[in-house]
Each structure stands twice: as C-alpha cells, then as structure tokens.
Design a protein around this ligand. Structure first.
Ligand code: AMP
Ligand code: MG
Length: 311
C-alpha cells in the first residue's frame, strides 16, 4: 500500500494476531492495488467499456461503500478519479503540470454512477473505455477494519495499528490508560505532533496535503484531487482528521472533507452521526467538533496554531 504498517499488540495471541494481520494486509493489497497487474482493480480498469469482471467480495464491498459516500459527499469523494490521478502521477516525471485541456478531457471519465456493481453475481464494470477506479483514499481504512477484526477474533483486548495515517485502537493500553494518538503537524517534519487525541476502540484517520506529492518543476502538487476541477484540492484546509468507530468511513470522510473545506466538510461530518472531526486551516486555525472537546490536546510544538470549537 506504499506505506509503513505499525502494529502494537498486547496480551495472549499477540504474535499470531500480528502475523495474521500482516498476511491479511498483503492479501488485500493484491486485490485492491492500482499497480499490481492482476489485482481486482487492475482487471476492472483494463476491462473498462468492455463488460463485467468478477471481483472478490472485499473489493466489491469497498467499491459499493465508496459509491454510497460519493453520493453523500456530492461527488467530493469519487474512486472513479483514477484517470486523473494517473495523469498527475505521470506528469511527475515531466517538467510541467498536466494542461487544463487534458484534465478537462479526463474529467469526462470521472463519475461514480458509471461504476456498476452487482452483489448477486460478484461482478463489477466501468461503463466507458478509459475509466479507472483508484482505491487509494479508502483501501487503508478497510484494511485497518479487517486488521482489528482479526485482533478481536483472536481475543486481543489491547492493540494499536497504524496503516500510513489510518490509526485504529482496540480497548485501552495496558494499565487501563487510554491510547494517545498523535496528530502529525502539517507544517513540521514528519513525527512532530500538533496534538494528541485520547482514544479507545475507535479509528483516527488523517488526510493531509503534506502526505504525498507530485513534484513537477520544483513545485509540489499534493495528492488529494478535487473531482470538480481535476486539480489538487484548494479548499483552505491542510489537514483533516476524522474519529469514528469504523476506519473505512473515517478514511473516506477525511479525504472527502479535505476536498469540501471547513463549512461543507463539518456539515458532512455532522450529518454522518458518530463521526468527530478535527480540521486544520492554512491560516493556522484548528477546528474540532464537540465530541473532541475533552479528548484533543494541543502539544508544545503547535507553533502558534489555535484551537476552536466548531458549533
Ligand atoms: P487519503 O490519503 O486517504 O486522503 O487519499 C488520497 C488518495 O486517494 C490519493 O492518493 C488518490 O489515490 C486518491 N484520491 C485523490 N483524490 C480523491 C478523491 N477526490 N476521491 C477519492 N479518492 C481520491
Ligand atoms: Mg482517505
């Protein structure tokens, strides 16, 4: 998944749980990767405009959920953004960003309604040639949910997993202390926290403009694209964190909110029920929802960032 996976497991069965989880992540990557030739996603993308392909029930589930969230976010989250993601990735090797003309042409291929899934047959299809699905904004969340499922099957009562910014915790730390989950400072070196969230049995997922880049002619273009423009989202937010019980949901929402910006992102998070949000703006303001009031703490390295309650 192009990232580092960090597992911390306490108690009986820690070792088998670790091994089983690592194998599961590997298995899911082989199903959902954009880059592995015979993954479900690659086969679906190759067959675009050419009929249905059989996919695993996991991939089908992730695509169905993604399409539900595409509707809820009014298209801010859309896994059919694939052709545009690919264009930006390829331009990384060039000396200029993709032209507006090229992006506009590719945007015609984006639209979740043309990704058809059929639960009965286990098949999926993309209606038009050139279309492509990219699960980069949701796959890690789904994998984190599966990992925690494995921990629970094996009776693990205290664990922490971090899949490239998708954190999920089980129970409390040994000694009954809650987990403290660090939130990366968006404008400081990796590993420097802007704050911590005290958590128990939840997922904490962050999307940030500092996470991944396309380097083009000494300029950085971040990796979260606005499906309305085809360009890196420029909503005024530089980091969006969602806290909720389900990591897939947190993963999708963090990406969607990043695209939507402060007002619309908060409205979406509120509509979802059970999802708390922490957004950081480019003006050094941090907004948190009511549910994080007693569990989020700014750390010393916050460098003048200020925290407000979003009402
Ligand atoms: P995340 O790091 O979870 O916010 O997801 C970002 C990744 O999701 C990118 O690297 C792309 O692979 C993909 N992506 C970018 N923009 C979008 C979008 N608007 N909707 C869905 N997926 C996206
Ligand atoms: Mg995401």
């Amino acid at each position: 998944m192009g990232t580092v996976v960090y597992q911390k497991i306490y108690g009986d069965n820690a070792r088998p749980a670790y091994r089983k989880a690592a194998l599961e992540i590997d298995r899911l990557e082989k199903l959902m990767s954009f880059f592995i030739e015979d993954s479900d996603v690659s086969r679906l993308n190759s067959a675009a405009g050419n009929g249905r392909v059989k996919v695993s029930h996991e991939t089908l589930y992730v695509m169905e959920k993604s399409n539900d969230f595409a509707k809820l976010s009014k298209g801010a989250f859309d896994i059919t953004i694939g052709p545009v993601v690919k264009a930006w990735r390829e331009m990384s090797k060039q000396s200029k960003p993709p032209s507006r003309h090229k992006i506009n042409k590719l945007l015609k291929l984006v639209g979740h309604t043309s990704l058809i899934t059929d639960k009965n047959t286990g098949e999926a299809c993309l209606e038009r040639k050139g279309q492509a699905v990219d699960l980069g904004g949701v796959g890690k969340g789904f994998a984190a949910d599966r990992v925690v499922g494995i921990y629970k099957e094996l009776g693990v009562k205290s664990a922490f997993v971090n899949l490239g910014g998708n954190v999920m915790v089980v129970g409390r730390k040994p000694g009954q202390k809650p987990w403290l989950i660090g939130i990366q400072h968006p404008r400081a070196p990796r590993g420097v926290k802007i704050g911590v969230i005290m958590a128990q049995d939840v997922s904490v997922v962050t999307s940030g403009d500092y996470e991944r880049f396309y380097h083009i002619k000494n300029k950085k273009y971040h990796h979260i694209l606005d499906p309305r423009t085809g360009f890196p989202a420029d909503s005024g937010l530089i980091s969006t964190t969602i806290v909720c019980e389900n990591s897939l949901k947190a993963d999708v929402l963090s990406t969607a909110c990043f695209v939507l910006g402060l007002e619309e992102g908060m409205a979406l998070a509120n509509r979802m029920g059970g999802a708390e949000a922490l957004f950081i703006t480019k003006h050094k303001d941090i907004y948190i929802t009511e549910g994080l009031k007693d569990s989020f703490f700014l750390t010393d390295e916050s460098y003048g960032y200020r925290c407000f309650l979003w009402k």
